[in-house]
Design a protein around this ligand. Structure first.
Ligand code: PSU
Ligand code: MN
Length: 304
């Protein structure tokens, strides 16, 4: 294969030593959070992975090159840049062929992580079936990626701006294991409990690593979704969020926000409408996911 991937010095060393690595996405930095909280969070998430004994690999396309692991200055530039494309499966090759800059979504980060042989990836919340999808057909490519690319994704469930029951129905149809971490119900991103029963439940990183390895032995395509609830101290109750999400959704419809712009618009409006509280919760849940992903990566690396 003559694809050249640029590894950060830290990730290159980890690969040479078969040390645990956790992939991290970059759309959350460029399209999911405002500056400067985005760069502060990106640095803290990387630090959380390191403290838990693994190496962070933030993924992005810079000048057409696929980077797996960013040096501090590259991360900083990405977080400030205003003209970065949001890359999903459909856009990755085009951006690279044109020599462009792009931030990877869950789908594109999974593709890059798999190319770099990194089995675990931490994010905030995956994309899914949008509310009103029966009319708009807006279903994130993240769901199909989970069905085809063998990476274990640690998220606080799907973002609560989505239609969660439909999102989890689609994952069931696609044969994606959805594993709630330590509870019987699925989390709802900013809130711990969606009241939807979890199809699977696990208590330890070792169990998640074991099922990841078993899928590989079975030759099953696709990854696992680990739904890790936000810590109790950081959650926003669903009752507080419901009217805010409804208002943001109504505004998106009134303004004909569509396609890739929907998720960034909703996250930004909810940030404004909650006076910043949604961002604090978002940051807390990403850090929590980074720590669990590092533990899973460590378990998988040990077993190799
Ligand atoms: N998680 C967050 N914030 C985000 C995202 C995830 O906490 O901004 C991003 C991810 O990159 C995810 C994307 O893949 O939102 C989903 O976008 P869409 O709904 O357009 O597929
Ligand atoms: Mn979409």
């Amino acid at each position: 294969m003559n694809l050249s991937i640029a590894y950060s010095s830290e990730v290159a060393a980890a690969r040479a030593n078969a040390a645990p690595i956790v992939a991290l996405e970059s759309t959350i930095i460029t399209h999911g959070m405002p500056h400067p909280q985005n760069i502060e969070t990106a640095r803290r998430v990387e630090a959380a992975v390191r403290s838990a004994g693994a190496v962070p690999a933030t993924i992005a396309v810079l000048g057409g090159t696929l980077h797996v692991g960013l040096e501090a200055a590259q991360l900083d530039r990405l977080a400030r840049a205003g003209d970065v494309a949001k890359l999903s499966r459909a856009d990755l090759a085009v951006c690279m062929a044109r020599g462009g800059n792009g931030a990877t979504t869950v789908a594109a980060t999974m593709i890059a992580a798999h190319l770099a042989d990194i089995p675990v990836f931490a994010t905030g919340g995956i994309g899914g079936v949008h509310r009103g999808a029966e009319a708009s057909f807006d279903i994130s490519a993240d769901l199909h990626e989970l069905a085809r690319t063998p990476v274990t994704v640690v998220a606080a469930g799907a973002k609560a701006i989505l239609d969660l029951p439909k999102t989890f129905e689609v994952l069931e149809t696609l044969g994606v294991p959805v594993i709630a971490f330590g509870q019987d119900t699925l989390p709802a991103f900013w809130s711990r409990d969606s009241r939807l029963p979890a199809p699977l439940r696990m208590e330890t990183a070792a169990e998640i690593a074991a099922s990841h390895r078993m899928r590989r032995e079975l030759g099953l395509a696709g990854g696992q979704l680990v739904a890790n609830p936000i810590p109790v101290a950081d959650e926003i109750p669903t009752g507080v969020l419901a009217p805010v999400i409804a208002q943001a959704q109504a505004e998106a419809e009134a303004r004909n926000i569509a396609a890739k712009a929907v998720t960034p618009f909703l996250l930004q409006r909810i940030f404004e409408l909650t006076g910043g509280r949604s961002l604090d919760a978002n940051i807390a849940l990403v850090l929590n996911n980074a720590r669990l992903a590092a533990e899973i990566a460590d378990e998988i690396a040990r077993a190799r």
